[in-house]
Ligand binder design. Structure first.
Ligand code: NAD
Length: 258
């Protein structure tokens, strides 16, 4: 028995794969033997992910996919009808309180973070159920496990992602298909770096964000990819409906620790 988690012979599709966590998941999956469809609305980032994977001997192809666009899903499904591992990772952030967030803001965030995940599941899960096997992994957030100040739309959307993972897992629990989500803490990606650079003192903002995690540091995309690989692999055969916190201990304590 091999000791490393393997995706040999499997086809994976990762949304939001042109940057950050999705890029890292794609590379890790390819290194574990999967053929990876690198799906993103951003072709430049997507092609960069594919090039990185091919450079290290992996197999991947770019797939243009805006998770807000039904027509893109039709075209993507025509090209890629069979998927064994589906990673619903595409997501966007938003800063604002319940008082400053507009209905349009909420709709935009939900369109990507919630409806985008749902559209992705609706496209490829029926085939998984028909074949009696498959693993769906979503990227939720610690903001899906508890409220966050000044992130009203984002945290609300990520609570919905956790709810979708749990509910979908139950709906298909006896079919051989598993559904789980990962709840990352703060991870150093372009998404987080752009937020940090908006602060008047980015270095102080970085230290502040790092210190929220019990381990006192931010996570790296590779650490989220490692958890995604486990959930995607057959080694997680009895894991479904889980919301796995990969957050340096952020959500382990109920109260601030200092
Ligand atoms: N970085 C963190 O600290 C952190 C923490 C918790 C959860 N997350 C979640 O992880 C996921 C990835 O975040 P990241 O930090 O890697 O961000 P990122 O901005 O680095 O990458 C996101 C990718 O998603 C793509 N994308 C955006 N909208 C899309 C759309 N409509 N259709 C298809 N692709 C789209 C972007 O082009 C980009 O390539 C998101 O769901 C995010 O909410 C991130």
């Amino acid at each position: 028995m091999s000791s490393a988690f393997s995706l040999a012979g499997k086809t994976a599709l990762v949304t939001g794969a042109g940057s950050g966590i999705g890029q890292s998941i794609s590379s890790r999956f390819a290194a574990a033997g999967a053929f990876v469809w690198v799906a993103d609305v951003d072709a430049t980032g997507g092609h960069a992910t594919v090039a990185g994977i091919r450079q290290t001997g992996g197999a991947a192809e770019f797939l243009k996919l805006d998770v807000c666009n039904e027509a893109d899903f039709a075209a993507a499904f025509a090209r890629v009808p069979v998927v064994d591992v589906l990673v619903c990772n595409a997501g966007i952030g938003h800063v604002g309180t319940v008082l400053t967030t507009t209905p349009a803001d909420l709709e935009r965030i939900f369109s990507v973070n919630v409806h985008g995940v749902f559209r992705t599941m609706r496209t490829w899960m029926p085939g998984m159920v028909e074949r009696g096997r498959g693993s769906v992994v979503m990227t939720a957030s610690t903001a899906g496990l508890g409220g966050l100040v000044d992130r009203f739309a984002y945290a609300t959307s990520k609570h919905a992602v956790v709810g979708m993972a749990r509910s979908a897992a139950l709906d298909v629990a006896r079919t051989g298909v598993r559904v789980n989500c990962i709840c990352p803490g703060r991870v150093e990606t372009p998404f987080v770096r752009s937020r940090i650079n908006e602060y008047p003192d980015p270095a102080a903002a970085y230290r502040e964000m790092a210190s929220t995690q019990a381990q006192g540091r931010m996570g790296q995309p590779e650490e989220i990819a490692a958890a995604a690989l486990f959930l995607a692999s057959d080694d997680a055969s009895f894991v479904t409906g889980a919301a796995l916190a990969v957050d340096g201990g952020w959500t382990a304590g109920m109260f601030p620790q200092k």
